[in-house]
Every structure is written in C-alpha cells, then in structure tokens.
Design a protein around this ligand. Structure first.
Ligand code: ATP
Ligand code: MG
Ligand code: MG
Length: 563
C-alpha cells in the first residue's frame, strides 16, 4: 500500500502543493534510539513514507538521538533493520546528533535576542514554579540575567565548568501562558555522558522539544507528522522555528496513536519487560515489537495491510488484536504449505498393517492453492495422533476416535479403534486400531462414510519438534491506560509505571513437544506452515536447529473476526 486512504493530512498536503506553499513534500520518521520499534511505530512509518511517496516526495529516517543516557547503537541498528523489513526505503539516514553544533549556535542566537537565559534552579524547583493548568507559574529569580552573563554561563556549561543539574538553559517566553509548554521550557541540560555518535564532545544536550523543530527545519521537512501527544508542543515548535530564524518552516500535524487491546505500546514499559527478564529479549515472539512480530511469524505484508485498514485519523480508539491476526491469516492462506503436526502425541498401533513396511501416500500441499503441488508422506503400522482426538468415554457428538468408532486419517485410510492401553495410573498411553485398505484416500472409496477426520504423523520417520503456543502478555482485565505510551513529560520524569507488571498473563507461553512430518527436517528459520487444525506456525530464529525444529504459533485457524 504505497497510498493512503482519504485523510485529513492528505488534504492539507494537496492544498499546500496547489497553493505553492510546498514545492516538494519532505517527511521524516524520527524514532529515538532508546528501544526497539513496536507496532504503534508501524503506523507512523507508514504515514510518513506513504504520504510523501504519494506526492512524489521523500522521507528521511532520522535517529532522534539527543538523550545519550538512554540511547544505544544496538537500538539504531534494530530500528534500521525493522524499517527496512517493513518494506520502507529511506531517502537519507540522519542523526539528530549531527546537528548539535548548529543547535548550539541557534541557542546562542536566542540568548543574544534576549529569548533564552541560564537558570540555576534545580529541576524540582523549576517543576514547582511552573504552576498548573489553573495557576500561572512564577518567574525564576535568574530570569533577568543580562545577555552577556547568559552567554558566558552557557559557554561555561558547554566547556564543562558545571556539574549535571547545576544549570540549564531556558527559553524566555511567558510563565503565565495557558499552555504550560510555553512557560519558559528548558532547552539545554548538562549531562556528562558519552554519546553513541558524538562521544565525549558534548556535555550539554538539547531537550527534545527544542531539538525536534530544528532537526525538521535543518532537513527541509515540510510536513512533520507525529502522534497526538505532541499537540500541546506545537506552539513551542512554531516558536523555536521562528525565533531561531530557521530558513525553512516545517509544520507539525498530529494523528492518533495506534493502540491495541491487551498490548503495550510504550517503549519504556517494553524495556522494563526486557530488563526484568519477563520476556526473552526485545524480539520475544510475545512482544508487540516489530522484531517480536517478525520472530513470531507475522509478515510485513500482513502488518502493512493491517495498518492501512486502521487508517489515518486523529482519534485514538483501541484496535482489536483479531484484526491483526485476520491479516496474517489472509497473507499466509495461499502461501504457507499445509502439513500435519501432532502437538500432544498419542501413539496408535495399526494391528493389521504389516510390520516393518512403509508406504508413501500423496498429499496436496495447499488445498486452496493447487500450484503448490503435492508431497509424499509415509504411512506405517505406528503413527501419532493428537491426544485430544481420542476419548475413551466420549460425550455426544464427539466424532473423533473412541473405542468401536471409525475415523478418517487425513490423506490416508479409515481406522477403527479396538483396544486402549493404559499405564499403572490409568493414563491412556497407546491405542490399537485396524485400518481398511479399501478406504485409501484418493481411491474413490464410497462404501461407507465416517464423520471425523483427524491428522497424524507416521512414527518411525517423524521429526521431533517443539511448539510454542502464545497468549497475549497482558491479562484481558488490564486497564488500557497502564499499557500505552505516556506523554513526553512522563518520559522526561523517567518514572516507568510498574503497575502493569501485575497484569502479566502467566499463560502467555506454553511449550509442547510433539512431531512433524519428515520433510520438516529441512525447515529453516522463518519458514511458515499451516498445521492442520492448529493454525499458522513459524520456524523460530533463535532456538530452532537443523533436524529439531522449534515452531512459534503465529495465530490459530479459527476466527470470528469480520472486516
Ligand atoms: P513510546 O511513547 O512508545 O515510548 P515514542 O513516542 O517515545 O514511543 P519515538 O521513538 O519518539 O517513540 O517515536 C517515533 C515516532 O513514532 C514519533 O513520531 C511518534 O509520534 C510515533 N509513534 C510512537 N508510538 C506510536 C503509536 N502507538 N502510534 C502511532 N505513532 C506512534
Ligand atoms: Mg520519545
Ligand atoms: Mg512517546
């Protein structure tokens, strides 16, 4: 989907091009490299790349790396990989940190114009004096320092004369503004920390709200598209571009965040799950990160189609998980080979089948896509079936195997259960059946009918496999607010809300040991299959080994979801 459905941003761009205000559309996707991208970011990526593309414009990938305490090259590399994997190509790759010198020069210009001052108040004092929505803030006692004093102090901040937190540079706007973001926001802080890109060159770093508009303006971004929590920042964004006398005037427009039921879309919370080892890294198949979805088996096509369907609007409703699952089923339906896997094995001995003999049966690879051809599968005296496909004392309407009943083995024969073998505890460990050679699949047998068809794997050639079955990481009762990303103020305060950890689903991962068909020996990481009745599975990139595959369940087969 290189295009977007009708939306308000498209209308704005169309007008800007018609009026001549915009010559060429330039957008950017500006993640901070302080974590891995998640499904919410896929919306921002799609919006920025598709809107520019539709109008013959270009999109930059910009690493917004102005806060070295949280950032790392590991994240830079993961972000690049994920954007590429989703199918987007950036025109230019930029680092905000490459603009530190220019930002510094602009900050000095603000000081010279009397629009910025060095403040000695502590972070706590600044927060206290900021006022509230109903109360104006109060001026810092350092607000009226002269231009030369401010310049000297700011230069000393840069050269490392002060400790972290000792001084900040603030924009001088209006402590009584109804928009709290305009109450003399901090624009530079001291942090004696190495930066992944600039090393130890700097010990002062620009704040996000000051840096971002400058980055956009420096790159000639025309439409700066971001999620709704930045709406209140827009007046300051415009103030920075104007007062710093930037040659380009980017405009910020906000769209609604993508929020999914039972899904964490906050990088800081996802990081906490990783750091506290509630999950197996950022790419744990339960994680809503792009890398987690990839390892789980979701495809870029499915994610893109899903994102497209959620559209571009300013509302931030919750989207059902079933909608994402619907699109991966749609994508894999005709692509994934359909084979048989037994997740909870029960041995079946076919007593009238000759011992030591194997025959090869023809099986289609995808009943809905004949182009995928056929394969040969072995059949012999011993097979595995699913434990749930046998019941000793079945209820009414149970059409699978039980003593005295006959069922069809998919791609093979009818078998009838005659005997049940149990261990000392009374657990069924084997069943004995007979088969009817007349009923071979594809032979046109019509002599009698059976109501149930079950899947199976021949025992001597079966490949032992691990199956990993998933549920959402979060309980269904969890309050959505506790899962979502917070505003930038919350991020700056650096207090990850831990309450969501009480809402972790203890059943999010179930590991099973079973069997798959012999040719699965060749299965490679990221190969995808539909296992009869179990749904779609992906070969795990981390734990799978040649000859002993590990499969992640992407999604089950059934769904009541309707678009
Ligand atoms: P989080 O809030 O999850 O920690 P973030 O907003 O801090 O993430 P950034 O790296 O700053 O992450 O985000 C890059 C871009 O992605 C921003 O423009 C932001 O608006 C957008 N974005 C982040 N989360 C979502 C979401 N859930 N839906 C849509 N866009 C999002
Ligand atoms: Mg951020
Ligand atoms: Mg955020």
């Amino acid at each position: 989907n290189a295009t977007t459905p009708p939306n308000f941003i498209k209308n704005i761009i169309t007008e800007d091009l018609e009026s001549g205000k915009t010559k060429q559309v330039v957008t950017r996707f500006p993640p901070e490299p302080n974590g891995y991208l998640h499904i919410g970011h896929a919306r921002a990526i799609w919006i920025n790349f598709s809107l520019a593309d539709e109008f013959g414009g270009r999109t930059h990938l910009r690493l917004d790396d102005t806060n070295p305490t949280k950032e790392d090259v590991e994240y830079v590399n993961a972000i690049k990989e994920d954007v590429k994997w989703l199918g987007y190509d950036w025109e230019n790759l930029y680092f905000a940190s490459d603009y530190f010198e220019e930002m510094y020069i602009r900050a000095e210009r603000l000081i010279e114009k009397g629009k910025a001052y060095v403040d000695d108040l502590s972070a706590a004092e600044i927060r206290e004096m900021r006022g509230t929505l109903t109360e104006p803030g109060s001026n810092s006692p350092f607000r009226d320092r002269g231009v030369q004093e401010n310049l000297d102090l700011f230069r000393k901040m840069r050269s490392g004369d002060f400790k972290d937190g000792e001084k900040v540079l603030r924009a001088k706007i209006d402590m009584a503004s109804p928009n709290i973001n305009l109450r003399d926001p901090v624009i530079y802080r001291i942090a004696h920390v190495s930066h992944h890109n600039t090393g130890d060159k700097w010990c002062i770093y620009p704040m996000y709200a000051f840096a971002h508009p400058l980055e956009d303006a420096i790159e000639g971004v025309t439409h700066s598209l971001c999620s709704l929590e930045f709406e209140d920042q827009r007046p300051f964004y415009d103030w920075v571009v104007a007062e710093c006398e930037m040659p380009n005037t980017p405009r910020q427009y906000e769209f609604g965040r993508l929020n999914l039921v039972q899904t964490i879309t906050s990088k800081r919370k996802l990081k906490l799950l990783v750091d506290e080892q509630h999950v197996d890294g950022w790419d744990d198949p339960r994680m809503p990160t792009i890398s987690g979805l990839r390892r789980r088996g979701f495809t870029p096509e499915a994610i893109r189609n899903f994102i497209y369907e959620t559209g571009i609007s300013r509302s931030q409703g919750l989207v059902e998980l079933q909608m994402l699952e619907h699109f991966v089923r749609e994508d894999l339906k005709l692509k994934a080979p359909r084979t048989m896997a037994v997740v909870d094995p029960l041995k079946v001995v076919i007593t009238n089948y000759p011992e030591g003999e194997i025959e090869w049966l023809e099986a289609e690879n995808n009943s809905e896509n004949p182009e995928m051809g056929n394969r040969q599968i072995p059949f012999s005296r011993e097979i595995y079936i699913e434990q749930e496909d046998f019941m000793e004392n079945p209820p009414n309407k149970y059409f699978r195997l039980f003593p005295g009943n006959e069922v069809r083995l998919k791609h093979a024969y009818f078998i009838k259960c005659n005997e049940v073998i149990k261990d000392e505890d009374g657990k069924v460990i084997e069943i004995r059946c007979t088969y009817d050679p007349e009923t071979k699949s594809g032979s046109g047998f019509t002599g009698r009918k059976v109501k149930g068809t079950i899947h199976w794997v021949e025992a001597s050639q079966a490949v032992a496999a691990e199956f990993r079955l998933y549920e959402p990481l979060i309980n269904p009762e969890a309050l959505e607010e506790t899962l979502l990303g917070e505003d930038e103020a919350g991020e700056a305060a650096d207090k990850p809300e831990k309450t969501f950890l009480d809402q972790l689903n203890p059943n999010s991962l179930t590991v099973k040991q079973g069997y798959v068909e012999p040719e699965m020996k060749e299965a490679k990481p990221q190969d995808k299959f539909q296992f009869f009745r179990h749904g779609y599975f992906n070969v795990d990139t981390k734990y799978s080994r040649p000859g002993s595959p590990v499969f992640n369940q992407i999604v089950s087969l059934k769904s009541s979801f309707q678009l």
